[in-house]
Design a protein around this ligand. Structure first.
Ligand SMILES: Cc1cc2nc3c(=O)[nH]c(=O)nc-3n(C[C@H](O)[C@H](O)[C@H](O)COP(=O)(O)OP(=O)(O)OC[C@H]3O[C@@H](n4cnc5c(N)ncnc54)[C@H](O)[C@@H]3O)c2cc1C
Length: 381
């Protein structure tokens, strides 16, 4: 059949590129015809990923910086947290795209197309601007449209602007990042700054806000300028890069699969609803897919243990945030004050067991979380 491939990957962002990288590292795929399609050439540094892990992952060679000490600031609790055994790591989008593209250039079985995907079809085909391509399986990371929000579900945007700034003198300690600084206005929703210093004179300073709609460019810029001047006490700097973005924070169900079309990344619901973190969930999912394919020839994987439980926790937190029962700053402040950072990070990775979940739950006020928990339980039944 013309234009037939074993696997077609639509979207070469984080999920598509991660899947391809893992396929290239697994001998099972060396004789498989793989097509990857993206409308963008991915030549821009369009985002910076931060995530935590205890051991090196497949993208370790392109980790731009890592920290094991982070600062946390809120009105109720501030402190420097020791993350061990975790490392908080930063990867620049452009480094990931380039490294995957460079690796793919050594694999003649991989074809890369730079064009817009118009539709995915039930006969496991992909229609693009130039034609129709067939695959045994399609791994799709394109969110064609935001699914309609069902009643009783929550949806917030985590939207942000970040500046990479360079200072003339030494103004940062590159061994300590600021994980969350809530000491800014919370009037528009849960809002915090984070600071990722990569040297003593360069850092990414990012302003993030959870709310139903984005701000104007001027509003983000005002907050960043104000924070750099009043908190970081830096008055002379050059902005060398700006990044903006929006991440869906929701407990709505994303379709995982339609026949032999499997959705991955944001389109597959791999963004954690209550935090917006997705990088490590994408890594886990793509690793599972590649393992299943190599072992069984089919990409179907079991739902990870505990995932319903963690989706429930995400719903409860989104409920509290969206119904404005308690400020995000107070929730995160209380959790970090009463728990070792390692436990919190493990919980946010959906990897704790019931005992440690209960320890986290005991650190937030029952008068706020019990009613929200019961309401979400009733919806789930
Ligand atoms: C600015 C930003 C910063 C983030 N930072 C973090 C972080 O620090 N930590 C974390 O865990 N998560 C973070 N996230 C969340 C998440 O990790 C990213 O959104 C991640 O890129 C999601 O991967 P994805 O593959 O689903 O989507 P994307 O990476 O957006 O990839 C989708 C791809 O599809 C392509 N595409 C779209 N439509 C079409 C079409 N019709 N035809 C062809 N191609 C198409 C796009 O060009 C894109 O390359 C961040 C998100 C953003 C937006």
């Amino acid at each position: 059949m013309p234009h037939h491939y074993h696997y077609i990957i639509t979207g070469a962002g984080c999920a598509g590129s991660s899947l391809l990288m893992r396929m290239m590292q697994e001998p099972f795929f060396s004789d498989k015809r793989i097509l990857i399609i993206d409308q963008s050439l991915k030549t821009e540094n369009d985002r910076t990923w931060c995530f935590w892990e205890t051991a090196p992952g497949i993208f370790e060679p392109i980790v731009a910086h890592r920290w094991q000490q982070v600062d946390f600031f809120s009105d109720g609790f501030s402190g420097t947290l020791d993350l061990s055994p975790y490392w908080y790591k930063m990867i620049r989008g452009i480094d990931l795209y380039r490294s995957v593209r460079a690796a793919a250039s050594h694999h003649p079985n991989i074809e890369w197309r730079n064009e817009r995907v118009i539709s995915l079809n039930a006969d496991t085909s992909v229609r693009t601007e130039s034609g129709v391509f067939y695959g045994d399986y399609i791994f799709n990371s394109i969110l064609f449209e935001k699914p309609a929000l069902p009643r009783g579900k929550y949806f917030l945007w985590q939207h942000f602007m970040g500046w990479t700034i360079e200072t003339p003198g030494k103004r940062f300690d590159p061994s300590v990042a600021t994980f969350m600084d809530f000491r800014i206005s919370q009037a528009a929703g849960t809002a915090f700054m984070y600071v990722l210093p990569v040297s003593d004179h360069e850092a990414l300073v990012e302003y993030a806000l959870f709310s139903p709609s984005p701000l104007s460019k001027e509003e983000y810029e005002h907050e960043l300028r104000d924070y750099i001047a009043s908190r970081l006490k830096i008055d002379s700097y050059t902005i060398t890069h700006t990044e903006t973005g929006m991440i869906p924070m929701t407990n709505m169900d994303f379709r995982q699969r339609q026949g032999n079309i499997l959705h991955i990344g944001t389109a597959g619901g791999q963004v954690k609803g209550s935090t917006g973190y997705a990088f490590q969930f994408i890594q886990k999912k793509t690793a599972q897919l590649v393992k299943a394919l190599a072992e069984t020839g089919r990409p179907f994987t079991r739902v990870p243990r505990g995932s319903r439980r963690f989706r429930y926790y995400d719903s409860v937190l989104l409920h509290v945030l969206q119904e404005k029962r308690m400020q995000g700053a107070d929730i995160f402040g209380s959790i970090f004050r009463k728990n070792p950072a390692e436990r919190v990070l493990c919980f946010l990775d959906n990897e704790t067991g019931i005992v440690r979940d209960l320890q986290i739950m005991r650190s937030v006020p029952p008068r706020v979380f019990l009613p929200a928990g019961l309401a979400e339980l009733m919806k789930a039944l």
